[in-house]
Write a protein that binds this ligand. Structure first.
Ligand code: SAM
Length: 491
């Protein structure tokens, strides 16, 4: 059974309104009480027909709607103009405006019957410095504002995407949230690193109620898309692509295939984190920042040489193989020299990779970086290390390692100081890792050619199970090598 409100019913009046606010620490002057009372009357009058709020009890309306709307103005210095995104019947925007008369407020609301209510109520209140955007705000909305506040609309990440075009650099993004928003907050912080910085996460209780709230405030760190587009266009570094026949688009499409990657010397990088890593580790190799039209502009980490390509949705989705929705990078493939047995091996471990599955190649590159191998030789059998699937699985490690192309596994001289991995070898814990050695994993499926099997090392497993995935087996062997290097006594 639904629990009834324990709040004693208070007879609605301007005096009762002022009294509840005052007891809650908010002192209202006569004009503010008058305006809030008129607002309250309008809400009550039109609620049945327009379904504006589900809160009905007077005391609850004052505390859970008006007071709740006013409180952010007491906790942060509100920037002006401030857009209330998804204001509904005007919350928090209207109470905030009443209590901050100098604030310029933009009430953004997409539902037209609510927009008409907002127009009428603002006229009745005689509010100046309030404008109404009766439309759905999306990333292409580019009227600049210094702040955005939002209450009960959507997830933080969704709003961050949405206000890409309008919130100025240095502007505040203020979320009015319930107490349990840790997960969406973590996701937003991670996903928008470099674009928004968390400034404040304040926990509070609406006075006179048990209702816990959080005010989460971000500062925008990146420039508005319109300004970046303008500057990039002026210097010829911005291109809009709408056709699959566009020659530059076709070139990008080629970077999805190993042949194209070789021919064009170009690869595509996807995923917010890998994109950030590559921008940080190899900025000079980045050629273009590829976003969907109206998507986020290149961040400042993209140097002056980087072109911004804004693609129609269907074009972007063709390149965004993994459906990340996040901008991609087109990156010049770093030069990869050819290794021959005459080059010998450097000190430490050189990893020889024959994997044909690009995801296995990526996974093993990530592992190689984690355990500090000296170099990686991609044998003739191997998938291309800059195949989009490999780059993604490598989490950017493909750009940090010393990579070489090498001969076929069949042409590796068996005289090399090599530790080969094969199920029929001697147990890994009996293996001796020389100061300088190569680690050779088997091909997925057939494993290693016969000569290598004779001197191979095996990772002991429970009898009767399938062999380990090749990249996983390599990870176990590298771990064992590292463990002994760190703690030789336990070898
Ligand atoms: C659940 S209501 C919350 C209203 C108000 N902020 C409140 O706290 O009472 C969400 C409102 O946001 C509006 N809305 C959602 N997305 C919007 C967008 N992208 N642009 C403008 N209005 C939007 C909806 O029409 C709806 O009226």
């Amino acid at each position: 059974m639904a629990q009834r409100s324990m709040t004693p019913s208070v007879k609605p009046s301007p005096q009762a309104l002022a009294s509840i606010l005052e007891k809650s620490g908010v002192r209202a002057n006569a004009q503010q009480v008058h305006q809030l009372w008129i607002y309250h009357r309008w809400l009550r009058k039109h609620n049945v027909e327009l379904n504006l709020t589900r809160v009905h009890n007077f005391d609850n309306m004052v505390r859970k709607l008006y007071l709740d709307s006013i409180l952010p103005g007491l906790m942060v210095s509100l920037p002006s103009p401030l857009m209330d995104l998804g204001t509904g019947p005007g919350m928090p925007g209207i109470p905030l405006k009443i209590f901050n008369p100098d604030l310029e407020v933009v009430l953004a609301e997409s539902r037209q019957h609510r927009v008409r209510f907002l127009e009428d109520v603002c006229a009745a209140l005689g509010l100046s410095g309030v404008s109404i955007e009766g439309r759905r705000i999306g990333p292409s909305y580019d009227r600049p504002v210094r702040g955005v506040i939002t209450r009960a609309v959507e997830s933080m990440a969704e709003t961050m995407e949405r206000i890409e075009g309008c919130l100025e650099k240095g502007g505040l993004l203020i979320f009015m949230k319930g107490p349990h928003c840790d997960d969406e907050l973590d996701r937003a912080v991670r996903r928008f690193e470099g674009r928004f910085a968390l400034k404040e996460d304040r926990h509070y209780v609406i006075p006179g109620t048990p209702h816990r709230r959080r005010l989460v405030v971000f500062v925008r760190q990146s420039e508005r898309a319109a300004l970046v587009r303008q500057a990039a266009s002026a210097s010829g570094r911005h291109k809009r692509m709408a056709s699959f026949d566009n020659a530059a688009f076709k070139r990008l499409q080629k970077a999805l295939t190993p042949r194209g990657i070789r021919k064009e010397g170009l690869c595509l990088v996807s995923g917010a984190k890998v994109v950030r890593d590559v921008l940080a580790s190899r900025p000079n190799l980045v050629q273009a920042w590829i976003s969907v039209a109206g998507g986020p502009p290149p961040p400042s980490a993209c140097g002056e040489h980087v072109t911004w390509l804004e693609l129609d949705k269907n074009l972007f989705e063709t390149l965004d193989l993994f459906g990340t929705g996040h901008p991609l990078l087109s990156v010049q493939v770093p030069p990869i020299l050819y290794w021959t047995p005459e080059n010998g091996l450097g000190p430490g471990c050189t990893l020889f990779v024959p994997f044909q599955d690009p995801e296995n190649v990526g996974a093993v590159l990530r592992t190689a970086a984690a355990f500090g191998v000296t170099a990686v030789v991609l044998l003739k059998e191997s998938a291309h290390p800059f195949h989009p699937k490999a780059v993604r699985a490598s989490a950017g490690a493909a750009f940090r390692l010393r990579l070489f192309f090498g001969p076929s596994v069949a042409d590796l001289p068996t005289t090399l100081p090599m530790i080969a991995l094969s199920q029929d070898g001697c147990p890994l814990h009996e293996a001796i890792f020389p100061e300088t050695f190569g680690l050779l994993a088997g091909l997925e499926g057939p494993g290693l050619p016969e000569p290598w099997r004779r001197q191979a090392v095996a990772i002991p497993m429970v009898p009767g199970v399938e062999s380990l995935n090749a990249a996983t087996a390599t990870a176990v062997a590298l771990y064992e090598w590292r463990r002994r290097a760190v703690n030789p006594a336990r070898g």
